[in-house]
Design a binder for this molecule. Structure first.
Ligand SMILES: *[C@@H]1O[C@H](CO)[C@@H](O)[C@H](O)[C@H]1NC(C)=O
Ligand SMILES: *[C@@H]1O[C@H](CO)[C@@H](O)[C@H](O)[C@H]1NC(C)=O
Ligand SMILES: *[C@@H]1O[C@H](CO)[C@@H](O)[C@H](O)[C@H]1NC(C)=O
Ligand SMILES: *[C@@H]1O[C@H](CO)[C@@H](O)[C@H](O)[C@H]1NC(C)=O
Ligand SMILES: *[C@@H]1O[C@H](CO)[C@@H](O)[C@H](O)[C@H]1NC(C)=O
Ligand SMILES: *[C@@H]1O[C@H](CO)[C@@H](O)[C@H](O)[C@H]1NC(C)=O
Ligand SMILES: *[C@@H]1O[C@H](CO)[C@@H](O)[C@H](O)[C@H]1NC(C)=O
Ligand SMILES: *[C@@H]1O[C@H](CO)[C@@H](O)[C@H](O)[C@H]1NC(C)=O
Ligand SMILES: *[C@@H]1O[C@H](CO)[C@@H](O)[C@H](O)[C@H]1NC(C)=O
Ligand SMILES: *[C@@H]1O[C@H](CO)[C@@H](O)[C@H](O)[C@H]1NC(C)=O
Ligand SMILES: *[C@@H]1O[C@H](CO)[C@@H](O)[C@H](O)[C@H]1NC(C)=O
Ligand SMILES: *[C@@H]1O[C@H](CO)[C@@H](O)[C@H](O)[C@H]1NC(C)=O
Length: 704
């Protein structure tokens, strides 16, 4: 007891000091906080804020995933003193920066707590994940709730200001800027500001930003919380608010450095008081596919900014309540599956993974019975529905929404069924530049035949076994057979070609591809009821493992290339064999490989292969899950991978949306734990691999 008191007396000042010096990060400080991350173009513009900017949040800029700054600010007046809270790099006179106390993220919320005079103000950035409710899932809106609470017995008079500008529509060059804007007030209550480019360049991008969308900022007027608005130069509009505490009657013309702005008067605040804004980005149409336009699924509900604002703000309370259930379920299930560090990883990955997808319907019919999902290979090359990206993305879908696996394979299969693609193997992607899902009539696509066939067949089986749907695979039986037979003919001694790790270049006889195709043949055999394919898959596994074609001669590990004794790498292709309980390989094979990883661990993790100084977080967690195969159950190895990814994620070196590629060995210019090349990619869905072992469809929410 005494010891305890002494401890407390000793620790308390230190703790207080820590709180005063820097914000408290819960659960950790991530590389970047998702702020508004809902679809590939509310993923550009997605708003993120780098983790190491948060201690100076009042002056920190929101960013697009690629690092372009976005204007999105929040200021509050507390008893006539203005405080910058977020996104105000040049506050001007009379504005004080609020003090950042806490920063927190969950699967769907990023929350920052600040002190501004006699008030505690929480900024809650919320992007819903609602896989079972397609309307809510794809609603192209995220929410910002500003929540003010008086300190102690104070009753401060509080108002809140916020603005956005043309950076949200990818119109970056002020010199040539052309845009139009509109403001509406619906039924005296819902306010909608919309900003769109002057000319509409359908389906085009500039610096990865879409050029044909409309940014929307929504607020709600109420008798006890009047909303005012302005349009004008950022300095003028903010100065007007700072001086007057309201925007009523101010500037109304778009000028250079223009913003659209709201202020909302909370009045004398005696208890917690919230105001919620919704920020959106609408693209109509969303995708070009099969010679036609695909609209976002949300257009079945709404196609104007005004309707969208009403829908988004009407749905806020229900969406928020649902998100709290979802957050709790994901974090507690992930913690059960792989510990607190694992939970920190998957909760940060969730919005990013779902934010790379568009959920669409035919623009001309708006038929909601025919839903297609498109995934953007963000950051690495912008391809559409890349098969070897959908493969590592899939664990999050298996856990939360297996139906999406079918909806994203469907566009590719429909295209392949037309025989425009001239090869007997699966096409690598459905178009080289999102949102043009135009295929490859010329036959030019990345040459990755065995990878692509195996990914497709394994994903199809994954969907079918997770949902019990036998009818869908039957519909594409002949295509699946073609690709399975290609694996029969070419899947063991593979010709010179790429694997998913295309940055490694082309090689023949890759062990990983042979492993992968053995697993896929087995999966195909089970899916199609032809046991001879499963038998062949197992026979190949025997050749690779027992007969040592794919291992070193004393069987300590799988090789990268047949016969190259001391080559090695992450054998992540075993994961689906474990997940789907296919038993293509014997337990001893998983065990051998699992036990090997410790011996090749570098400074910050196990590299992808012997010849790389970096690794991939998705494949690390596939390997972690493989270590939990029945009978292997090696928690030490699982946790080694989890902790390595966790250290990378929280080391403060990487101010970008979650990168899946990082240095595991430092070099003369970059320390170990530095991100490499990729950011904000869909493949972080693969971080759910360990949780996926606990089964498909794990998240159950009220109402759907
Ligand atoms: C982006 O914002 C950050 C933080 O406010 C600032 O330091 C940086 O100079 C800005 N970059 C550009 C290109 O404006
Ligand atoms: C689905 O979301 C929409 C709003 O986006 C909401 O109106 C509807 O009630 C939700 N459906 C269910 C079953 O929760
Ligand atoms: C998509 O195709 C259209 C029409 O060919 C073209 O104008 C546009 O630039 C393409 N988009 C991208 C991102 O390449
Ligand atoms: C304050 O508001 C009044 C009108 O309501 C306006 O004339 C004045 O310019 C505003 N002050 C500033 C500093 O913008
Ligand atoms: C709070 O401040 C605003 C802006 O300065 C002012 O218009 C309003 O009258 C004040 N309300 C109260 C209750 O003092
Ligand atoms: C107000 O917002 C905060 C932050 O999102 C939230 O914790 C709180 O529950 C909200 N209060 C109400 C009454 O909605
Ligand atoms: C999409 O549908 C809307 C409504 O029918 C129509 O106005 C628009 O022209 C269509 N867009 C395209 C690109 O087909
Ligand atoms: C692949 O491996 C087999 C068996 O080891 C060998 O005969 C063949 O030459 C290899 N192929 C290539 C292209 O290296
Ligand atoms: C599997 O059996 C079917 C007939 O039942 C046959 O058509 C097919 O060629 C066989 N495939 C393999 C790989 O043995
Ligand atoms: C897990 O693997 C490690 C490292 O190879 C090994 O030392 C340990 O014995 C294994 N644990 C179990 C439970 O097999
Ligand atoms: C969690 O990861 C951190 C590194 O980020 C590590 O220091 C810590 O030991 C891990 N915690 C557990 C319980 O494994
Ligand atoms: C260190 O690694 C980084 C990331 O891969 C790379 O960009 C840089 O060129 C490397 N530096 C040296 C000296 O190899």
């Amino acid at each position: 007891m005494e010891l305890f008191i002494i401890f407390l007396a000793f620790l308390l000042p230190l703790l207080q000091q820590a709180v005063l010096c820097s914000p408290l990060y819960t659960p950790v400080q991530p590389p970047s906080y998702p702020l508004a991350v809902k679809n590939p173009y509310l993923s550009d513009p997605t708003a993120w804020v780098p983790g190491n900017w948060v201690k100076t949040l009042p002056s920190a800029s929101a960013q697009f995933w690629n690092g372009l700054n976005l204007t999105w600010s929040v200021i509050a007046r507390v008893d006539d003193q203005a405080y910058s809270l977020f996104g105000v790099p040049a506050p001007g006179s009379g504005v004080e920066a609020a003090v950042v106390d806490k920063a927190e993220y969950t699967a769907t919320h990023s929350t920052f707590t600040l002190t501004a005079g006699q008030a505690t103000i929480v900024l809650d950035f919320f992007s819903q994940i609602s896989p079972a409710n397609l309307t809510r899932q794809i609603a192209p809106y995220s929410y910002l709730t500003v929540s003010a609470t008086p300190i102690a017995t104070a009753t401060p008079n509080i108002s809140v200001y916020t603005d956005i500008d043309n950076s949200w529509i990818g119109q970056i060059n002020e010199g040539t800027l052309q845009l139009s804007w509109r403001w509406s007030l619906i039924d005296g209550s819902t306010a909608a500001f919309s900003v769109r480019p002057g000319g509409v360049d359908q389906y085009t991008e500039v610096q990865d930003t879409a050029q044909w969308g409309t940014a929307v900022y929504c607020g709600r007027n109420a008798a006890n919380m009047p909303l005012s608005r302005a349009v004008g130069a950022v300095e003028d509009v903010r100065a007007n608010y700072v001086a007057n505490g309201t925007l009523a009657g101010s500037i109304s013309k778009w000028v250079a450095h223009g913003v659209v702005a709201y202020s909302q008067d909370l009045g004398k605040v005696t208890g917690p008081t919230n105001v919620t804004f919704a920020v959106g980005y609408l693209r109509s149409p969303a995708i070009y596919y099969d010679g036609k336009a695909q609209a976002t699924y949300f257009e079945a509900t709404c196609s104007t900014p005004e309707c969208g604002c009403v829908a988004a703000l009407d749905d806020f309370a229900a969406a928020d309540a649902e998100s709290r259930q979802l957050d709790t379920q994901i974090s507690s299930k992930a913690e059960d599956a792989g510990g607190a560090n694992y939970s920190d990883i998957v909760t940060l990955s969730a919005r990013q993974a779902f934010g790379t997808m568009d959920i669409t319907i035919d623009n001309s019919t708006l038929d909601t019975n025919d839903v297609l999902v498109f995934v953007k290979e963000i950051s690495s090359d912008g391809n559409v529905n890349t098969i070897d990206v959908m493969y590592p993305l899939s664990p999050i879908l298996y856990v939360m929404a297996p139906e999406y696996i079918r909806m994203m394979l469907e566009p590719n299969l429909r295209y392949l069924a037309k025989n425009i693609w001239r090869y007997p193997f699966v096409m690598h992607d459905l178009g080289s530049a999102y949102p043009n899902a135009t295929g490859h009539e010329d036959g030019h696509a990345e040459y990755m035949p065995i990878e692509s066939n195996s990914d497709l067949l394994t994903l199809a089986y994954m969907y079918s076994t997770a949902t019990g749907d036998k009818q869908w695979p039957a519909q594409y039986a002949s295509l699946f057979r073609t690709y399975a037979d290609d694996l029969v003919n070419h899947g063991l001694y593979t010709e010179s070609q790429l694997s998913s790790d295309d940055f490694l270049g082309v090689t023949a006889n890759q062990t990983g591809l042979a492993v992968k195709s053995a697993v896929a043949l087995n999966a195909y055999g089970l899916m199609s009821g032809q046991s001879n394919y499963s038998d062949l898959g197992r026979q190949r596994a025997k050749t690779l493992y027992e007969d040592k074609l794919g291992t070193d001669s004393v069987q300590t590990h799988f090789t990268c290339v047949f016969g190259e004794e001391d080559s090695w790498g992450l054998q992540y292709n075993l994961f689906q064999d474990v997940l789907l309980n296919l038993q293509t390989f014997p337990k001893e094979a998983y065990e051998m490989q699992t036990n090997y990883y410790h011996s090749v661990h570098m400074e910050a993790g196990v590299p992808l292969t012997k010849s790389t100084q970096w690794s991939k977080t998705d494949w690390m967690l596939f390997s972690a899950a493989t270590a939990m195969a029945p009978g292997v159950d090696n928690k030490t190895v699982r946790d080694m991978f989890i902790d390595d990814v966790h250290t990378f994620m929280s080391n403060g070196l990487n101010p970008v949306p979650f990168s899946d590629k990082f240095l595991v060995q430092g070099n003369s210019t970059s320390p170990a734990g530095t991100w490499v090349d990729f950011r904000n990619r869909p493949v972080v869905g693969g971080h759910f691999a360990v949780l996926a072992l606990d089964g498909a469809n794990q998240i159950k929410l009220d109402g759907n």
